[in-house]
Design a protein around this ligand. Sequence first.
Ligand code: ZN
Length: 558
Amino acid sequence: MRPLSLSLAPLALAAALAAPAPAMAQDAPAAAAPATAPQGEPKLIVAISVDQFSADLFAQYREHFTKGFTRLLQGAVFPSGFQSHAATETCPGHSTLLTGVHPARTGITANSWYQPGIARAEKEVYCVEDETNPKSTPDNPVVSPAHLKAPTLGDLMKKRNPKTINAAVSAKDRAAVMMSGHDTDAVYWIGAKGFTTFENRRISKAVEAQNAVMAKRVAAGDGALPVPGWCGNVDRATPIRDFTIGTYRFPQAAGDFKSYANGPRIDTATAEMAVRMVDELGMGKDAVPDVLSVSFSATDKVGHAFGTEGVEMCIQMNVLDEALATLFDGLDARGIDYEGVLSADHGGFDAPERQKLRGNPDATRIDPALSAEMLASAVSQDTGVTVKKGPLFYGAGEAGSVWFSSELTAEQKHKVMTALVARLKANPQIAAVYTQDQIMQWPEPKGHPQDWTMEQKVRASFVPGRSGEVQMLTVRGVVPGEAKPFKVASHGSPWDYDRRVPMLFWRKGMTGFEQPTPVETVDIAPTLAATVGLTAPAGTWDGRCLDIDAGEADSCRR
Ligand SMILES: [Zn+2]
């Protein structure tokens, strides 16, 4: 593994240098060994999200994980977890992880939405933005959890006992905010130069120290990242227009913070920051359990920039495995009895150009005619309706959701909507089109997520008044976005490659098992709540408690 910074506590170094962890379940006598279970409540919940870590990536790489992932693989492994809803983006996905409810109830229906009626020039609103603050813009937001309508596990635990510490760190503001919620002790994400926090809070000494370490690394630059031997034949160039993907090794130009923050190295920094937060906040020390949320963003950044099936993702998987070891070894060195869970906000899909070469001829890029601009001009011609300011409608294309101009009269809106729906239905890339009136007649979905209909998936991430009034869903294999260097793939579809993510639970002393039956990410909050003895009124969660005790005992009934 990469050496830890010397300014981290010496304990962490000792752990990094120590012999491998004592033998776990796999070395125990196989015959008639009773399942063991840890005693009492964990002192710390470590909730990890790996952005864009699809069940497909997990399946492809799990045999190669030898570092931090190892202990998670010895726990309760649910390889088929579902972000059940249609809006498979970062903010909605992270909003389900610790609230236990679908985006229809978290209120987080997308990374950003449009409010054509608001006074400011930008009609787009970012999911963790306080758009009522005049200083805020979607690109440079004043960050706030206000749009999140459900309490997180940390919120509920703090309500039960204010001594609970609820903290989060990620490279992305929306990931850290969605996992920690409203009542938080420390929330950090990467800003222009290093970790930062809410406008009305100060960055701590630990953040200053971590930022100094990162600034030094950025100033010095770095060579290519190592390619693990097991990457094998993914290290091959695939042409995309006039450039290629598949062979990049993340050389780090001296002084280039942006590329540092958008590559694998930021996961290492996130793990280091998490360990510093444990020390600074004194997490996992007393009898009152704490929650530390850690969202690793680099897998998503690498997936967008290079797709999921090249050497870039293989390198990233190795760095992630190391970053998890930095985090877990740091906790072990401090003797903290923690319960770890790892999942993801959404899955992902490879660049269609490479899919076509590898047995998936149906993969393709979205038709430019489905962009808001082109659709609006076509619909304007169809109907003769125009507006004075701005477009007829916003969104469409990559957003999959359409918001109508506030200038339209009811009659005009009806006309425009009818024409738009007809145009969308005629496009072969569109699998389904629904209007708000249709969607709101459907009940909130229940039952096994792999069997959900398109309607159920859409309903699970729909909020009237926030979601666009028309929802457009593309057919399987359509990748949103044009191909550009460092931007070749995306997610956000209602298809299982974007919905399916692993869910792994681990605690020292537990007997592991594999459960292939599909589960949901909304099951995570009630599952963890049971292990810390937190009960909540019926209806609090959309998900259910998963019994992660392999034996006769039931972790949901304590
Ligand atoms: Zn993404």
